[in-house]
Design a protein around this ligand. Structure first.
Ligand SMILES: *[C@@H]1O[C@H](CO)[C@@H](O)[C@H](O)[C@H]1NC(C)=O
Ligand SMILES: *[C@@H]1O[C@H](CO)[C@@H](O)[C@H](O)[C@H]1NC(C)=O
Ligand SMILES: *[C@@H]1O[C@H](CO)[C@@H](O)[C@H](O)[C@H]1NC(C)=O
Ligand SMILES: *[C@@H]1O[C@H](CO)[C@@H](O)[C@H](O)[C@H]1NC(C)=O
Ligand SMILES: *[C@@H]1O[C@H](CO)[C@@H](O)[C@H](O)[C@H]1NC(C)=O
Ligand SMILES: *[C@@H]1O[C@H](CO)[C@@H](O)[C@H](O)[C@H]1NC(C)=O
Ligand SMILES: *[C@@H]1O[C@H](CO)[C@@H](O)[C@H](O)[C@H]1NC(C)=O
Ligand SMILES: *[C@@H]1O[C@H](CO)[C@@H](O)[C@H](O)[C@H]1NC(C)=O
Ligand SMILES: *[C@@H]1O[C@H](CO)[C@@H](O)[C@H](O)[C@H]1NC(C)=O
Ligand SMILES: *[C@@H]1O[C@H](CO)[C@@H](O)[C@H](O)[C@H]1NC(C)=O
Ligand SMILES: *[C@@H]1O[C@H](CO)[C@@H](O)[C@H](O)[C@H]1NC(C)=O
Length: 373
């Protein structure tokens, strides 16, 4: 097993500019003067039926030779890898400072092929959903705080029905108290703001991408994490998103870091307020996704689990329902609904070394610093 540092150096040794790259000014670097982050400060939805309908919100940042194809069809967005090193990638033009998003997505099949949707800030706070093309029963839910990869237990591998075969509903709800990942409406992972691993809390853009973690040029650990070597005889690879809804919990024209702490209370919303539209955003979001937001459901439903949520229940009128918790491993049908039983949480099918690779790799690749090799 490689140590952290030897793996890191092995990784850097292989580093070469092959995939997409986005130049980012890190506001926690005191020697940098970064521009303010333009704020979304509202809700946005798209079914990706045309380039023009999304161009206000998303930009392509892949270089043209590696862009693959990004198609807008009657059935939504199709990101495609058509040849080796393709890395079709979209990034939102504006930032949210806390908020909620939903994607109705079908991951690409293909060993070593990674479909991904994630929020990332300029100081490398990150909230991720990643799908492995060779894995028929799991999705990876992960986070980072200021690029810190110290602990390896950040990620949750969540068991579900084949994410490559059918469209599923993935939702992330992020505020200053907790982050909740939902899959098909079931709570799949919760991160509270008291975690010792650091809590993402800076203005973030939404990224959508598809790339080959299993390329043979990648470091061994990367290929292992990605689920094995990519077989380019299986080209092309497609990642589909039918629908996307996002809302910002803050208001203002832009978000600016006032110091180098990276704490959300050091972020200034110009002409606005951090967390200034939480309730409004929740109402808008619920209406855009079909009115089924748990936080807006009747008090009866919330009260039914009040004993287990007394500590987490706060003024935010939260959608906390202790269905699937962090330390439950496999939710069985005897103690929960059948849909919960389908969406099972596995603690760690990987051994420590591969989780380790995973962590290092994710921050290096998914993060803005590199989209590597
Ligand atoms: C910080 O700023 C210096 C000077 O501009 C630059 O050389 C360095 O790469 C920056 N570091 C990070 C982590 O952005
Ligand atoms: C996509 O959204 C547009 C605008 O909301 C709507 O007119 C169109 O019918 C939608 N198409 C599909 C396939 O849902
Ligand atoms: C829309 O199409 C234009 C012209 O081909 C292209 O430059 C741009 O990157 C596309 N935008 C998106 C979000 O796909
Ligand atoms: C993407 O669009 C191109 C050009 O219209 C078309 O040739 C190709 O078949 C489309 N690919 C997919 C996966 O829809
Ligand atoms: C990771 O493990 C450390 C040490 O056991 C613990 O303090 C931390 O809360 C864990 N993080 C998560 C996200 O479970
Ligand atoms: C962290 O969450 C708790 C509720 O769980 C809340 O009372 C507290 O204000 C939050 N901390 C920050 C810094 O927002
Ligand atoms: C997706 O799940 C969220 C809750 O996690 C729910 O509010 C929303 O209505 C769902 N969307 C669809 C299309 O089922
Ligand atoms: C990184 O996170 C770990 C806990 O996961 C913490 O002990 C350590 O102090 C953090 N490092 C930095 C530089 O913040
Ligand atoms: C739910 O709980 C709230 C606050 O604890 C209480 O005011 C309300 O009457 C309860 N509703 C029901 C239906 O029990
Ligand atoms: C973190 O906060 C959650 C929710 O408020 C609480 O249930 C949990 O016990 C706290 N954990 C620690 C280590 O304080
Ligand atoms: C979870 O439970 C299901 C149904 O009982 C079983 O088939 C599966 O193997 C279990 N998975 C784990 C990881 O225990």
């Amino acid at each position: 097993m490689l140590s952290f540092l030897s793996f890191l150096s092995l990784f850097l040794l292989f580093l070469a500019p092959v995939y997409s790259y986005l130049d980012i000014c890190n506001p926690l670097n005191t020697t940098d003067e970064c521009d303010p982050n333009p704020a979304l400060a509202k809700s946005y939805e798209t079914n990706f039926t045309s380039n023009s309908s999304v161009s206000d919100f998303f930009s392509v940042y892949s270089t043209s030779s590696q862009a693959g194809t990004i198609n807008y069809t009657d059935d939504g967005l199709v990101l495609s890898i058509n040849k080796r090193f393709d890395n079709p990638s979209l990034v939102s033009n504006e930032y949210i400072l806390f908020g909620k998003f939903e994607v109705i997505a079908k991951a690409s099949p293909g060993q070593g092929i990674i479909s991904t949707v994630y929020l990332q800030s300029d100081c490398e706070d990150e909230i991720d959903i990643e799908w492995f093309g060779g894995n028929a029963y799991e999705v990876c839910l992960n986070f980072f705080h200021q690029g810190n990869t110290t602990f390896w237990n950040r990620s949750t591998l969540y068991q579900m029905q084949d994410p490559r075969e059918e469209f599923h509903n993935y939702t992330i709800d992020w505020d200053n108290e907790r982050i909740i990942w939902y899959i098909d409406g079931i709570k799949a992972k919760v991160l509270y703001n008291n975690t010792s691993d650091g809590f993402p809390q800076t203005p973030s853009r939404l990224f959508i991408g598809l790339w080959a973690g299993g390329d043979s040029d990648n470091a061994e650990g990367t290929i292992l994490w990605a689920g094995g070597l990519t077989d380019y005889d299986e080209l092309p690879f497609h990642f589909y998103i039918q629908r996307f809804v996002i809302t910002d919990y803050s208001t203002g024209d832009s978000y600016t870091y006032k110091d180098t702490s990276g704490d959300y209370d050091s972020i200034e919303a110009e002409n606005g307020e951090v967390l200034g539209r939480v309730q409004k955003a929740k109402v808008e979001f619920a209406s855009l996704v079909g009115g089924t937001d748990e936080s807006l459901s009747t008090s009866t439903a919330r009260n039914s689990t009040s004993s287990t949520r007394s500590q987490s229940s706060t003024a935010s009128n939260d959608d906390e329902e202790e269905t699937t918790t962090e330390d439950s491993d496999n939710v069985t049908s005897s103690q929960s609904s059948s849909s919960e039983a389908k969406a099972m949480h596995l603690v760690s099918p990987f051994d420590a070394s591969s989780l380790h690779y995973f962590t290092v790799f994710t921050i290096l690749s998914i993060s803005s610093i590199v989209i590597l090799l």
